[in-house]
Design a protein around this ligand. Structure first.
Ligand code: IVH
Length: 669
């Protein structure tokens, strides 16, 4: 035991807490640590020791206390000092312009209004109350007036400071700050993967995962969930006045509170509309889900005059993007046979618009997934479409069941060729050797953009070619004559010639593309690249053994066996011979660059202390790496120097590794 707590000890404890909180902010919020992990651990350990020795100095706001308190039986109710309002919605440009007109009319002005815009995050709204800089209470929005006290859960979220920073500006007596707790899409997918492995039901979307995690009675569970916060506004504040929304959003980070990097000030409603379109484009690239943008009148005195109407402020508006999830009815469940013979159950649904696109089919993946969701024909379901991904059924609304719904079972024979269906793990496969569905699938894959890229050879044409017996194998494509095509339905002379030209043009291809196009089981684009680099001549493949293949980095027994099996197969060998005879010319890959940084792309932002920009670039290149001047998905590392620019923001957004100058130095050795 340490005995009396002296003033010096108290001071040291305070200083440590503040310093640790500052480094948390650098690390979790800015992603720009100033000290090493080891240095950070030393500070934390010193604090832990003092708190252990002197129980009087312990505090729930100490950075040592993010571990998760004991579970609760129920949440307490917290009354919000100022109600947490909702937002009225707009769905198109006209409604945004109407909003601007309404505001000008209400304020009796003809001058332009300044607005602040930012993404509308799809998570859970919370309020944090800081008194003299210390986090006292955190709560959910609840019904707007009363929320649930979830303080101990919020304390486990690393982007929420337990105490505010006071290095730049003083902290107010009381600060109520509001924000959205979210889960990044990647983290959500990881979480679901782990849950499924553990036999737990997955969450339907990141929003549900975030909300479910925040409202856990056991904070230790919340602590394991990858949650984050973005702050967007304030409630009651005592001891600090603001004049604009923009000023609020610029001040919050000075206290260590994270705001969204996409916040923007607009001086005209046109700029708001431009921003809406910009974010809609960017939407798929963001690491988290957003469902629209939020527009707020910038001046707080205007906000006060505008007031609220039916629980929504007149001075704010949510402009929603087209929804990505929709509800519809399953009319039937049919089976599709893919190029490998795999049977995929597909829900045929009443058509609905999802994310602006009409959808009438959604994949159900496999029988296990159907069982897990318990989807039946006639069910009302939630479907989802994300980016270019095939729409999928995510949930059944069981309360809509009438009792007349019919269960589905996988057929025991291929619905296309009648051959037997066998089950391999979760996959049901048609074993028919001449299954037309498999052949069509193989040709579609062979001709696709990322494979041989035969322009104009679409689904309908492939169906006809196979059904008419004109193509029995991919090699037959290269023996087609214009007359064969002209004889087909809806095929003009000109289009037939275009297809013949496209087939001719596809004859020259890199070996990797060709290997991928063959559709060898387990050989995706990356594996095809790896194979082509190790064995640059097609003929090599006929002689390769599994042992030869296993020597290639990243290629395991499953892939090796599959490749060997493919090239030993008599039909496949004949097909490749005929492709060669038809004049296929394969380009050998360039040898891979050597060097420690081979294949890695670097971007620099801000000034480096030890190197000039050009010098740093040359260094990377001398080690086989590449450099770029703008941040994109292709970039592996962003090296951050003094006074970094917007590239840092961009890198964070895309989840690209950020290196300090020190880390960069270590990497290049
Ligand atoms: S402002 C009066 N800003 O949307 C202002 N809300 O429908 C009300 N939300 O409960 C909130 N991102 O959960 C605001 N940048 C943002 C937001 C945002 C998400 C949510 C929040 C709120 C709901 C209002």
């Amino acid at each position: 035991m340490g005995g009396m707590v002296t003033e010096a000890i108290r001071k040291r404890v305070e200083a440590l807490r503040e310093e640790i909180e500052y480094h948390n902010f650098r690390y979790y919020v800015l992603d720009q640590p100033e000290i090493s992990d080891a240095q950070y651990d030393r500070l934390l350990r010193e604090l832990e020791k003092l708190e252990e020795e002197y129980p009087e100095v312990r505090s729930p706001n100490s950075p040592t206390q993010r571990v998760g308190a004991p579970p609760l039986d129920a949440f307490e109710i917290v009354r919000h000092t100022l109600p947490m309002l909702s937002l009225s919605n707009a769905f198109d440009e006209d409604e945004v312009r109407d909003f601007d007109k309404r505001i000008k009319k209400f304020l009796g002005t003809t001058g332009e209004i300044d607005y602040v815009v930012e993404p509308k995050l799809d998570g859970l709204a919370v309020e944090l109350v800081y008194e003299r800089g210390l986090l006292m209470v955190g709560s959910t929005r609840g019904d707007g007036m009363n929320g649930e006290n979830i303080t101990q859960n919020l304390r486990t979220i690393k982007t929420i400071p337990l105490q505010l920073l006071r290095r730049e500006i003083a902290v107010p007596e009381r600060l109520e700050v509001r924000g959205e707790v979210i889960m990044q899409i990647k983290r959500f997918e990881e979480l679901n993967r782990r849950r499924q492995e553990a036999g737990e039901p997955p969450f339907a979307n990141p929003r549900n995962a975030a909300a479910g995690s925040v409202r856990q009675l056991d904070p230790k569970v919340t602590r394991e969930r990858p949650l984050e916060i973005y702050c967007y506004g304030i409630g009651e504040v005592i001891g600090k006045t603001f004049t604009t929304q923009f000023e609020i959003l610029q001040t919050l980070p000075k206290w260590g509170l994270r705001t969204n990097p996409h916040v923007r000030q607009c001086h005209h409603i046109h700029e708001v509309i431009d921003y809406f379109h910009e974010m809609n484009e960017k939407r798929e690239k963001l690491p988290y889900e957003i469902d629209g943008i939020v527009v707020k009148v910038d001046r707080l005195d205007f906000q006060a005059r505008l007031g609220e109407i039916s629980r929504s402020p007149r001075w704010a508006l949510a402009v929603k993007f087209p929804a990505k999830q929709e509800t519809t009815k399953v009319l039937d469940i049919v089976v599709q046979v893919g190029r490998t013979g795999a049977l995929t159950p597909v829900a045929v649904m009443e058509p609905v618009k999802v994310g602006g696109v009409e959808v009438s089919r959604a994949t159900l993946h496999n029988q296990d997934e159907i069982d897990r969701l318990d989807v039946r024909i006639g069910d009302t379901v939630i479907i989802q479409r994300a980016g270019d991904v095939i729409p999928e059924v995510v949930q059944v609304i069981s309360s809509k069941r009438k009792g007349t719904e019919k269960k589905f079972k996988m057929p025991s024979h291929c619905p296309v060729c009648g051959a037997d269906v066998v089950k391999e793990e979760v996959i049901y496969r048609c074993i028919g050797l001449d299954c037309p569905a498999q052949l069509k699938g193989r040709i579609r894959h062979f001709a696709s953009k990322r494979a041989m890229d035969i322009d104009g050879l679409g689904v309908k044409l492939i169906d006809q070619l196979v059904d008419k017996g004109l193509v029995k194998d991919v090699a037959d494509l290269y023996y087609l004559k214009k007359e064969d095509l002209v004889a087909l339905e809806r095929m003009a002379d000109k289009s037939a010639q275009n297809i013949i030209d496209a087939i001719e043009k596809s004859k020259t291809k890199p070996l990797a593309k060709f290997l991928f196009a063959l559709g060898i089981l387990h050989v995706g684009e990356t594996t095809a690249e790896d194979l082509a680099h190790s064995f640059p001549h097609l003929d090599d493949f006929f002689r390769l053994t599994e042992e030869d293949l296993m020597k290639v980095e990243g290629i395991g027994p499953e892939v090796s066996a599959s490749v060997v099996r493919f090239f030993r197969d008599k039909k496949n060998r004949e097909s490749i011979e005929r492709l060669k005879k038809a004049g296929i010319r394969l380009i050998e890959p360039k040898p891979k660059e050597k060097g420690r940084l081979a294949g890695k792309v670097f971007v620099f932002t801000g000034a480096l202390k030890s190197y000039g920009r050009e010098e740093a670039r040359n260094l990377v290149e001398s080690l086989g790496g590449k450099t770029a001047s703008t941040v994109s998905k292709k970039v592996d590392f962003v090296v951050v120097g003094e006074d970094p620019g917007s590239k840092l923001e961009k890198a964070r957004e895309l989840g690209i590794r950020i290196l300090t100058e020190e880390e960069f130095k270590k990497m290049i050795g």
